[in-house]
Design a protein around this ligand. Structure first.
Ligand SMILES: Cc1cc2nc3c(=O)[nH]c(=O)nc-3n(C[C@H](O)[C@H](O)[C@H](O)COP(=O)(O)O)c2cc1C
Length: 195
């Protein structure tokens, strides 16, 4: 099994990162031979999608920047976990860069002045997500963004964990055993969905 973890938090030791690790622990406790690639988007230099309209064959993108290996791995991964803080009601900018660059999993084909989206590159994988934000829990926009990405790319949603809190310590989720358990359990159920 191949598991891709996409961490969209800029903070080292963040609750987002801790919950993603818990998911990984749960997943690999069931599927012990899993190859895990953990991508901290904030460490990468990422070109925002340029809507270039160029057929990206070979997939997944014409831009060979730091993100390219992660997109290549996404094409092979059986499971992807998106872990993002909520910024201004949606996913972090880092996470959005990643999502936009997956647009060419359905590359545009131009014929007689019309465009069609070819789904030969569509994924047949599974996905889950973790969102971390304030206690107000206005996460519907973030969920729509990730949900739209999953549908577009061909990723079946297995589940999600929401950690809405008013504990402003870095990595504050360490003190919230219920959220840690939920992430672990989501990892377990995600792995079980593969069996
Ligand atoms: C730029 C910015 C915008 C934010 N916007 C929101 C928001 O719209 N809704 C919310 O619930 N929390 C918002 N927050 C709070 C973060 O979601 C919160 O600090 C969260 O714990 C970050 O995740 P982390 O602890 O894993 O880094 C924002 C924080 C920042 C830095």
């Amino acid at each position: 099994m191949k598991l891709l973890i996409v961490n969209g938090s800029p903070r080292v030791g963040s609750s987002t990162e801790i919950l993603a690790r818990k998911f990984e622990e749960g997943f690999t406790s069931v599927l012990t031979d899993t190859e895990v690639v953990n991508v901290r988007l904030n460490d990468l230099s990422i070109i925002p999608c340029q809507a270039c309209g160029i057929d990206p064959t070979p997939m997944p993108c014409v831009y060979k920047d730091d993100l390219y290996p992660a997109l290549q791995y996404l094409m092979q991964a059986d499971m992807v976990l998106i872990a993002s803080p909520v910024y201004f009601d949606t996913v972090s900018a880092q996470t959005k860069l990643f999502i936009d660059r997956s647009n060419c999993f359905r590359p545009p084909r131009f014929r007689n002045n019309t465009v069609e989206f070819d789904d030969h590159g569509i994924l047949h994988s599974k996905g889950a997500y973790i969102l971390v934000g304030g206690a107000r829990e206005k996460y519907d926009a973030a969920e729509r963004v990730i949900g739209g990405f999953f549908i577009w790319a061909g990723i079946e949603k297995i589940g999600r964990v929401i950690y809405g809190h008013d504990d402003w310590r870095l990595g504050g989720v360490t003190f919230n055993s219920e959220s840690l358990r939920q992430s672990h359990d989501l990892g377990v159920s995600s792995a079980n969905s593969m069996l």
